[in-house]
Design a protein around this ligand. Structure first.
Ligand code: FA5
Length: 340
């Protein structure tokens, strides 16, 4: 009877030891089978009641079972320790042959990219690319462009005035004046650059944005020339037909003046925050150069004429890339910029 119980106990305990998956489970199985309160110890305690012959037999049986259980425990313990070590080594494995990631490559800002495309286009058409100062004189930003002293654009609300009477240029048009002064006629120039206005920011207005000025002064320049260059510019940037409308626009430095609007490419026409629900985006004011402006820069309007335009480069980037909020372009968020 006892012999049978010991054998059953042994095989149950062996099975539990073999099934242990963690050091804790294994220890629990060991304590249950071999611990001081375990059944094997209980059997040993009862040996006193037996005859010497029976005691010898039971002793051998118990010792044999104990030894096998201890061996099984030792074997399983080694197995679990090996498995833990392997798991750790696998987890910490490092493939030294994988090529290093290297520095992350940057790329040009979407506005810079469009600016460079336009510089290439216009240089191929014989235009010089000129640069002008961002801190301008009142004369170049306003007076020489025939903008009268009481014009609202000079107002504190639009212009960032600096100590000493200079200002942050509100448009790229002063570079027209510098171009005429420095190079004289005939003249073909563009001037891309940053401009500043003291105005409240929304989805389509920034206080700091980019324009690209263009000017051509020559003999017999007409509106047909102006329209040709505007069309060439737009089809080069968009690579397809875009719907435009031309309406009269007032700028003191051109006569006649036009506003060339483009159908909003964010919403496609029905209206959105970018086009202020109108379906159209102001992009390209332009016109024939006012004779006063030529005269002030020392060019005889009887002999020479010209056209000028002031492209909203930041808005053009928005239309080209489908950017629905102008603030993204200056935000510096790499998750946004990384898309271009
Ligand atoms: C001018 O700045 C004139 N100097 C343009 C010009 C040049 C007319 C030569 C005729 C001859 P205007 O203020 O409309 O015009 O600005 C020109 C373009 O800049 C606008 O069509 C628009 O695309 C863009 N723009 C104006 N204000 C902002 C602003 N706050 N944020 C972003 N883009 C603007």
């Amino acid at each position: 009877m006892i012999e049978q119980s010991i054998r059953e106990l042994e095989s149950r305990s062996l099975a539990r030891i073999a099934a242990a998956q963690t050091a804790e489970e294994l220890e629990a199985a060991r304590v249950e089978a071999l611990g001081r309160k375990g059944p094997l110890t209980q059997f040993s305690k009862e040996m006193g009641k037996l005859t010497p012959e029976e005691r010898k037999q039971l002793g051998m049986l118990l010792n044999g079972a104990k030894e096998r259980l201890e061996n099984a425990h030792e074997t399983r313990k080694t197995e679990l320790e090996d498995a833990a070590l392997r798991a750790r080594l696998d987890g910490e494995w490092l493939d030294l042959t994988i090529p290093a990631a290297g520095p992350r490559r940057g790329h040009l800002h979407p506005i810079t990219r469009i600016q460079r495309e336009l510089e290439e286009l216009f240089t191929s058409l014989g235009f010089a690319v000129l640069d002008g100062p961002e801190v301008e004189t009142e004369y170049h930003n306003f007076d020489a462009l025939n903008i009268p002293p009481d014009h609202p654009a000079r107002d504190m609300q639009d212009t960032f005035w600096l100590d000493g009477g200079n200002l942050l240029r509100t448009h790229t048009s002063p570079v027209q004046v510098r171009g005429m002064e420095r190079l004289g006629p005939p003249l073909r120039m563009i001037a891309p650059g940053r401009v500043f206005r003291n105005e409240s920011v929304d989805a389509s207005h920034e206080h700091t944005f980019y324009q690209l000025e263009g000017m051509m002064v020559d003999r017999n320049v007409s509106i047909a020339h102006l329209l040709y260059f505007m069309k060439t510019l737009l089809s080069s940037i968009f690579g397809r037909e875009v719907t435009v409308r031309l309406r009269p626009g007032y700028f003191p430095f051109v006569e006649p003046g036009f506003e060339l609007d483009i159908q909003c490419l964010i919403c496609g026409g029905p209206g959105c925050a970018v086009c202020k629900q109108s379906g159209w985006v102001e992009l390209l004011p332009c016109g024939l150069v006012n004779p006063n402006v030529l005269r002030m820069s020392g060019i005889d309007p009887e002999e020479w004429g010209g056209f000028a335009f002031g492209l909203g480069l930041t808005r053009l980037a928005m239309m080209r890339y489908g950017i629905d909020d102008i603030r993204q372009l200056q935000g510096g968020d790499l998750r946004f910029l990384g898309q271009f």
